[in-house]
Design a protein around this ligand. Sequence first.
Ligand code: SF4
Ligand code: SF4
Length: 214
Amino acid sequence: MIQYFKDVWEGFWTVLVGMKITWRHLFTQKVTLQYPEEKWQLPPKSRMRLFMAYEDCIGCGQCARACPVQCIYIKAEKRDSKATPIFAANGQPIKLDVSVFDIDMSLCCYCNLCTYPCPTNCIYMTPEYEFATTDLTQQLYHFAKTGAKFLTVNPKAAAKPAAPAAPAAPAAPAAPKATPPAGGTPPAPAAPTGGAPPAPAAPSGSAPPAPAGA
Ligand code: SF4
Ligand code: SF4
């Protein structure tokens, strides 16, 4: 009989111990977010979905060689030497035609190693993390697009220091203060126009388009 009451008490006590944490959290501030209506503020260097600005890719393949899981597939061929020269946004000439640039995000381990060797910084990780799918083929992103816009003016050359400004035009003789000429104030001399060349066109790769396979 005594053993019976002892077992009952131990069972009751075990429940109390198990509920200890539950009771404590009843009176503390809640940290659960109602996802997807509420979302965490991610750290600035979060590593999520990869993106590649195709129009800045020179096809060097360094990103694919750095990838530890070999999930970047590139196919590139030499461009026609007579074709119009095209350049990446940082001025690197694009000498290869990249016909295939695929990233299999279902294999990617988000190590970020592919972004470091890229000479044009055109492959990078975005803060986008909501790209789960039930079909793994949807995780194979095709970045090589036929409609990509390329820079045909080297932005690196345009970024060089401007040529020295032309000597200033001789100052116009000051009009007599006491007796201004009839018809009002003489027109001001035109500003010198021999200074810096016109600003280059803004690089077209700044706003990344959505991945084709997304
Ligand atoms: S983040 Fe890492 S695993 Fe993913 S593609 Fe780049 S190098 Fe490969
Ligand atoms: S390292 Fe950069 S430029 Fe070279 S193939 Fe990869 S994405 Fe293109």
